[in-house]
Design a protein around this ligand. Structure first.
Ligand SMILES: Cc1cc2nc3c(=O)[nH]c(=O)nc-3n(C[C@H](O)[C@H](O)[C@H](O)COP(=O)(O)OP(=O)(O)OC[C@H]3O[C@@H](n4cnc5c(N)ncnc54)[C@H](O)[C@@H]3O)c2cc1C
Length: 368
């Protein structure tokens, strides 16, 4: 663990996290952004379709302008690629303090602040801003899962010459397979790609199915594993991490189950198993949320759990703030003794403006 104690540790380098970083930088607060992706704005890079225009949308009833002009999308919409390029230049130009490929895991309370536990060690901060967006990769809940959760493949050529396992039954998994089959076809690699899904049927749209069909007809070697269950991770005799996936199971009357399973080296596995809202992370961190009772919430549905925040976005865990997509489309705001559902559209505007109010609140607290 480094000896530095930052004023603010920022989790996630999207519009919310980078606006927080920039405002800390401008106001002389020490800070560090920890981003799990390969680059800043990874959340946007992963979810926007190629060439999508980015709109500077603002909720109709919002009184304020964008509070960080420098990071707002231009009024005349540009493609996501040019917006990303602009932001990357901006971050370099301002020399913002960002570490990429660091995945946030937990927060521990210390006597003099908070320690953030990550995949690359521990970091200390006086305050922590959680700005990890709304799309948290689901985990497989088997040993070693963190390494495998992916939404796309950056470099399909890494899978040339090896038998690859792709887990997940939707369009994302199919796209990954198409890319790998194509890379293999170009170099005449006949090693198969296994496609496993826990359900009995796969569920992709027509356009993706057509592209996949084309790859198969052009010689793509794919083996389907419907109804397959990732069960355990193991380390083999040579110290290689492996994933065991059951491909069928036979229940016996004597209570002893019989099954067939395949075991893949973890590095050959790509899991495309979608994302979930951040509530499980809030639970893990001990951040309180409340379930909407009948008739209480206008935006969230009955039974949905909303995180509880002060008007300055501080959670029930002291010194831990939550902003941006992570608290959209609504959260529970504590104001003068009452708790009300607060609308919070998932927009770049809200992410940026949350950052402004949080940094103002932190500045006031730190200067006391
Ligand atoms: C297809 C699509 C189109 C959209 N178009 C528009 C538009 O035109 N205009 C508009 O205003 N809004 C648009 N939005 C919404 C907008 O993108 C979001 O409101 C905004 O990105 C939220 O910013 P954020 O910083 O809160 O979260 P994100 O942008 O999701 O950033 C969160 C960051 O945290 C990182 N992260 C996640 N988990 C961890 C972890 N464990 N450790 C470290 N880092 C982590 C992620 O990699 C990501 O980079 C669109 C959304 C989608 C999906």
């Amino acid at each position: 663990m480094s000896n530095t104690t930052y004023d603010v540790l920022i989790i996630g380098g999207g519009p919310a996290g980078l606006s927080t970083a920039y405002l800390c930088h401008k106001n002389g607060l020490s800070y560090l952004v920890l981003e799990s992706g390969k680059a800043i704005f990874q959340g946007i890079a992963n979810t926007y379709p190629e060439g999508k225009l980015v709109y500077a949308s603002k909720p109709k009833d919002a009184p304020e302008p964008f509070m960080v002009e420098e990071l707002r999308p231009p009024d005349k919409p540009v493609t996501v690629e040019s917006y990303l390029q602009y932001v990357q230049h901006f971050v370099q130009h301002e020399n913002l303090n960002v570490q990429t490929e660091v995945a946030f895991e937990d927060i521990k309370d210390e006597r003099d602040g908070l320690t953030v536990v990550t995949s690359k060690g521990r970091f200390k901060g006086k305050k922590v801003v959680l700005s990890f967006g709304s799309n948290i990769p689901r985990e497989l809940s088997v040993y070693g899962d963190a390494k495998m959760v992916a939404k796309n493949v950056d470099d399909a050529s890494k899978y040339i010459g090896i038998k690859t396992l792709v887990i997940g039954g939707g369009n994302t998994a199919a796209d990954v397979i198409i890319n790998i089959l194509k890379a293999k076809r170009e170099v005449h690699d006949t090693q198969p790609v296994y496609w496993a899904h826990k359900a009995e049927t796969f569920d992709v749209n027509k356009e993706t199915a057509q592209r996949l069909g084309e790859e198969i007809l052009l010689g793509g070697n794919i083996r389907l594993l419907p109804g397959a269950q990732p069960r355990i991770g193991e380390v083999d005799d040579e110290g290689v991490d492996r994933l065991v996936i059951r491909i069928n199971e036979f229940k016996q009357t004597d209570g002893i189950d019989l099954y067939h399973a395949l075991s893949f080296p973890m590095q050959n596995v790509i899991a495309c198993i979608g994302s979930q809202g951040p509530v499980p992370i809030f639970d893990k961190l001990g951040i309180q949320s409340i379930a909407c009772a009948a008739g209480v919430c206008k935006i969230a549905k009955e039974g949905e759990r909303l995180v509880l925040l002060s008007s300055e976005f501080e959670s029930t865990r002291k010194g831990v703030y939550v902003i941006g997509g992570a608290i959209s489309p609504s959260y529970m705001k504590i104001t003068e003794g009452s708790i009300v559902e607060e609308k919070h559209p998932n927009l770049i505007y809200t992410a940026i403006n949350d950052a402004y109010y949080v940094v103002e609140a932190i500045r006031a607290k730190i200067s006391k």
